[in-house]
Ligand binder design. Structure first.
Ligand SMILES: Cc1ncc(COP(=O)(O)O)c(C=O)c1O
Length: 331
């Protein structure tokens, strides 16, 4: 295993299901669509951060931490999964959330509170500054905080998606063996933001000789800055794993044509993505990440970006709790 030398706690439900989407494939009449269900990883409704937290929490325990600190938007899935991981392991958790307390406590924010996390509002300060200040205050009070970076996206967290790529390869091999078929994916499509998910996948794919084309649909950044971030993170992640692999910005395929009204603004694209998958396959997407990415994928299908003989895997990265944070905006 590529990650076998790293400390890891077992807090995610793995492997996640790998499923075909037959009704949607028939309805669209083009490439064959499949889904990887990382919305089923557990940790208070699931999502991609559970895989990263298996390594981040182990690192926190190795450093004898007693408190996890992290941050994000008010509806951050990462914050909610960090709170759940802390509760499961028996650590305290402080979340620094962007801006000010909203009028209504719902979705991920409601779950943060339910999970026992302390919530601090960053106000006008940048998140990193808010998290550093909270860490300083806790240290001064004799506590031992561990700062989980934004999105869990550093080499420790991204290692979770190196392992995930290995999981996918093993799963395909098993299906091929049991069912005597040739299951492989020409394209893997996922939402990309702080980059740990896609960078980890890229490291895993390169190390394993995986040939599928990985396409990140950007949720908030223009392609150039995201590709540069991914290259730096992937190279550092490979180094963390003792692999001699270097990545350049051009190694990452990013589609930034679906940024719509900006981060967290729900529009027709996101609604179409959410409605389509919910109503043909009974699978829920979130309005910020997977709804946007799946809406983009549907648009690319319509534009004939993927050939009829091809097989496309949508990597569902979770966020279901966010549905309840947006209410009727998703309808
Ligand atoms: C549901 C969901 N999908 C995708 C992402 C993006 O993953 P990454 O930040 O690793 O690029 C996030 C990040 O918060 C998320 O919550």
């Amino acid at each position: 295993m590529l990650t076998e030398k790293l400390a890891r706690v077992s807090i995610a439900h793995l492997p996640t299901p790998l499923e075909p989407l037959p009704r949607l494939t028939a309805q669209l009449g083009g490439a064959e669509l499949w889904i990887k269900r990382d919305d089923q990883t557990g940790l208070a409704t699931g999502g991609n951060k559970a895989r990263k937290l298996e390594f981040l929490v182990a690192d926190a325990l190795a450093q004898d931490a007693d408190t996890l600190i992290s941050g994000g938007a008010a509806q951050s899935n990462h914050a909610r999964q960090t709170a759940a991981a802390a509760a499961k392991i028996g650590l305290a958790c402080t979340l620094v959330l962007r801006s000010r307390e909203p009028a209504q406590m719902r979705g991920n924010l409601l779950l943060d509170r339910l999970l026992g996390a302390e919530v601090v509002w960053a106000g006008d300060r940048p998140l990193a500054e808010g998290m550093a200040q909270v860490a300083e205050e806790l240290r001064a009070a004799g506590r031992r905080p561990y700062v989980v970076p934004y999105g869990g996206s550093n080499p420790v967290g991204a290692s979770g998606y190196v392992a995930a790529m290995e999981e996918l390869v093993t799963q395909c091999a098993r299906i091929n063996c049991i069912r005597a078929r040739d299951l492989h994916f020409d394209h893997v499509v996922l939402p990309s933001s702080s980059g740990g998910t896609q960078a980890g996948m890229a490291v895993g794919a390169r190390a394993l000789g995986y040939e599928g084309h990985i396409l990140g649909i950007s949720v908030d950044l223009a392609a150039g800055p995201l590709q540069r971030r991914l290259a730096g993170l992937a190279t550092a992640t490979a180094d963390h794993l003792g692999l001699e692999l270097a990545f350049a910005a051009e190694d990452f395929a990013i589609e930034d044509g679906y940024l719509g009204g900006g981060y967290g603004v729900v529009g027709e694209l996101e609604r179409t993505g959410m409605h389509t998958l919910a109503r043909t396959e009974g699978v829920l997407l979130d309005p910020v990440y997977t709804g946007r990415a799946f809406g983009g994928l549907l648009d690319m299908m319509r534009r004939g970006v993927f050939g009829p003989g091809e097989r496309v895997l949508f990597w569902h990265t979770g966020g279901t709790a966010g549905v309840f944070g947006y209410g009727e905006a998703v309808l």
